[in-house]
Every structure is written in C-alpha cells, then in structure tokens.
Write a protein of this length. Structure first.
Length: 86
C-alpha cells in the first residue's frame, strides 16, 4: 500500500464524521440533506466534512455548478479507503 493512501485512510479513521459520510456514500450519489438524515449529522457538519473530503480527493461533487441539490459520490480513492474502514 502506498504511503499516500495509508495516510488518507488514517485521516478518515481519525474522524467519526468522515467515516460516517464515506460509508454513507458507498453505494449511492447523495445530496447533503440526505447524508444529514442518514448519518444523524447536522447539515453544517455534513457541509464542512464534505468540503474537507473533497479537498482530500475522497469525494467528488458531480454538479458543482448547482447551488442546490449538489450530488456527491466517492472517487476511486474514496472507494479504496472504504475497504479499510468498513
């Protein structure tokens, strides 16, 4: 395993919020409101965490130009990380 991937796995594992969101996106594209409902996290916490995960290359927004209804999913890196946190 590459050190870069190992570091990202460790970073995700350090936060329950990051783990919840990565797990929640494992099978579907979701909007932040859906993530909030299924994880029990507040909408503001979901937004902050999604931004951090996106900056880390773990999630991607598929319709960045939309103000509302942004769809998020896992990147290939996110899918790889998911294997180690389930």
């Amino acid at each position: 395993m590459e050190a870069k991937i190992a570091a990202k796995i460790g970073w995700v594992k350090l936060s329950e919020h990051r783990k919840k969101i990565v797990r929640d996106l494992s099978n579907n594209l979701k909007i932040p409101t859906e993530i909030s409902k299924s994880t029990g996290l507040s909408k503001s916490e979901v937004s902050r965490t999604l931004r951090a995960l996106k900056d880390a290359g773990i999630v991607v927004c598929h319709n960045e130009e939309s103000y509302r209804g942004r769809l998020y999913g896992l990147t290939d890196l996110g899918k790889e990380i998911l294997k180690y946190i389930e």
